[in-house]
Design a protein around this ligand. Structure first.
Ligand code: IMP
Ligand code: MG
Length: 171
């Protein structure tokens, strides 16, 4: 594994994003993290935000055990809280094909939030198949498979504090 983004670099960027969110949501924000990858990002981002923040989780799966999308999206866990009239920020680990977020935005829009935006730690724009607009992006990265800071390969490496490129020989 090759370190792409050291933990300190991630933490500094997350604090910057928190300040931007503070500025943009003076009345508070309703954070929704996509399980499981975004949990670490959510935990740090929520603490970087000083405005009142509600937290909820949604489970969506579009990936099997491998590195490529199955193309099929399914809701594996719904929200606990209503988002009607709320200023919602979806918190995601990485935007790859865009299939997951494109689907989720469509689903959540129907629940009539006051606003609905996306914060993604990582973005691989070269991989996009469906349009997704993220209001906050931590890092734009090249088309390489990454693990750590929540991101997994076959459920492994989520607890690695750095974001690392998983070299081919490992996978
Ligand atoms: P999308 O629907 O193709 O945009 O995929 C988004 C999801 O795919 C993310 O939430 C991740 O779970 C997973 N994913 C995409 N790229 C990577 C990667 O490089 N490493 C680990 N997981 C990834
Ligand atoms: Mg994910």
């Amino acid at each position: 594994m090759r370190v792409l983004l050291p933990a300190e670099t991630i933490q500094a960027r997350v604090r910057e994003l928190g300040s931007e969110i503070d500025r943009d949501y003076p009345d508070g924000v309703h954070l929704i993290a996509i399980l499981k990858g975004a949990c670490f990002f959510l935990a740090d981002l929520a603490r970087a935000v000083t405005r009142p923040a509600k937290i909820d989780f949604i489970g969506i799966s579009s990936y099997g055990k491998g590195k490529t999308s199955s193309g099929e999206v399914k809701l594996t866990k719904d929200l606990d809280l209503s988002i009607e009239g709320a200023d919602v920020l979806i918190v995601e680990d990485i935007i790859d094909s865009g299939i997951t977020l494109n689907y989720l935005v469509h689903v959540l829009d129907q629940r009539r939030p006051r606003s609905l935006r996306i914060a993604a730690l990582l973005d691989k724009p070269s991989r996009r198949l469906r349009p997704v607009e993220a209001a906050y992006v931590g890092f734009v990265i090249p088309d390489e498979f990454v693990v750590g800071y929540g991101l997994d390969f076959a459920e492994m490496f989520r607890n690695v504090p750095d974001v690392c490129v998983l070299e081919e020989s490992q996978a």
